[in-house]
Design a protein. Structure first.
Length: 79
């Protein structure tokens, strides 16, 4: 199996999507409160692209970390 196929498999199994979603909700909410406080509470217009990216980035980073860990676990130890 190719590395890409293994990576996609690991990214979609063993609870990785659920854990990554939880991380994205917590971290994304905190970052949106920090970065768009004025927009969230009515002083300026909300930037929807920034809002979506602020949730997508922690999801991607969390998923990458889980996949990288699982792929490293598969490799035989160096002699």
């Amino acid at each position: 199996m190719s590395a890409l196929r293994r990576g996609l498999y690991f990214a979609t199994t063993a609870g990785v999507p659920a854990r990554s979603l939880k991380v994205a909700v917590v971290v994304g909410t905190a970052l949106n409160l920090i970065n768009q406080y004025d927009a969230l509470f009515g002083a300026v217009p909300l930037n929807w692209l920034k809002l979506c990216l602020t949730y997508a980035m922690p999801y991607a980073v969390s998923t990458y970390g889980a996949v990288a860990f699982r792929m490293a676990q598969e490799k035989p130890p160096a002699a």
